[in-house]
Design a protein around this ligand. Structure first.
Ligand code: GRG
Length: 294
């Protein structure tokens, strides 16, 4: 299957699942519900859902069975973007080519939207539709909490905020990004392995793939922040330097950063040798991550 078709299929699947779970009341709280839908169903790449679907597929799990886990992870991702864009964080007006949630609605609604998306993620992940095996569902819920929380994505965001006023070296920059961006990408692959009851060697291979992929993705994000086209990326660029944030490009130089992203993408693809042709979409995704324009 081409990457394009696999991405479109995973996006359609997860958007159906999200549509099923996202509330839309015709009452006072309808404004909150509309903001949740705006944030979660906006035009994103749905890369994390694709990772869940494709890693689950390696173990014979049908895409439909992976849909709730994929939706739960996308809900956490959507919440993180809403809160990241708030005036007290990155203070962005544009996301995915449209007004950010606090701009399209208001700041209080944006805070509540993030809270509600995060909470809904755990409802979806714990629901029986996420898998008939209660032990596997528990593992999914705990894994998502660890990836998203104070030792995962939120820790990365805290280091990122601290990095505005403190110099951080390359090692700390790698740790920041492994947490902020890498933790959820890593868990997207782990979720597929949990659904597929994968053995330890397979889990380790997928964890190594995700670590290389996540870092390659983030380095490319830093390159795009400098070289990207705002219309294509869909958000305000060249903000990192103004905010005093040290990125991979500062540590490695522009060419060095591009080289490193490329090498990591190749290494990621190489981690999948034991899965043979079944992992072709995941290999193509690694190549896409460094060549993407948005
Ligand atoms: C506020 C708790 C909290 C965490 C925020 C992930 C994150 C932490 C902030 C996002 C800011 C950002 C632009 C990070 C760079 C990497 C990244 C996650 C980019 C956006 O992910 P894509 O490209 O987005 O997968 P789409 O829109 O395609 O879903």
């Amino acid at each position: 299957m081409t990457l394009h078709r696999a991405m479109a299929a995973a996006a359609a699947l997860v958007e159906r699942e999200l549509d099923h779970w996202l509330p839309h009341a015709d009452t006072v709280e309808g404004r909150l519900h509309a903001a949740m839908r705006y944030a979660a169903l906006g035009p994103g790449k749905r890369m994390r859902p694709l990772l869940v679907v494709e890693t689950a597929r390696l173990f014979g799990v049908a895409a439909e069975r992976a849909a709730p886990a994929a939706a739960a992870i996308e809900l956490v991702h959507a919440y993180s973007l809403v809160h990241d864009d708030l005036p007290c964080m990155d203070d962005d007006d544009l996301r995915r080519g449209r007004a950010t949630v606090h701009r399209a609605f208001d700041e209080a609604t944006a805070v509540l939207t993030g809270d509600a998306l995060l909470t809904l993620a755990f409802e979806v992940m714990g629901d029986v539709s996420a898998g008939p095996d209660a032990a596997a569902r528990c593992e999914l819920v705990v894994g998502l909490a660890r990836a998203a929380g104070a030792n995962g994505m939120v820790a990365g965001q805290a280091i990122d905020l601290a990095a505005e006023t403190a110099e951080i070296d390359l090692i700390e920059t790698r740790r920041l990004q492994a947490l902020k961006t890498g933790a959820l990408i890593g868990f997207s692959c782990e979720a597929g392995a949990i659904l597929g009851r994968a053995d330890l060697p397979a889990r380790k291979a997928l964890a190594a793939y995700a670590a290389d992929l996540g870092l390659s993705f983030q380095i490319t994000d830093d390159v795009l922040d400098l070289e990207g086209d705002e219309a294509a990326v869909g958000k305000k660029l060249r903000k990192d330097r103004k905010a005093g944030k040290v990125t991979f490009v500062d540590h490695l130089g522009l060419d060095g950063a591009k080289r490193e992203a490329q090498q990591l993408a190749q290494a990621a693809a190489g981690r999948l040798a034991s899965f043979g042709e079944r992992a072709d979409v995941l290999r193509k995704l690694a190549a896409f991550v460094v060549s993407r324009r948005s």
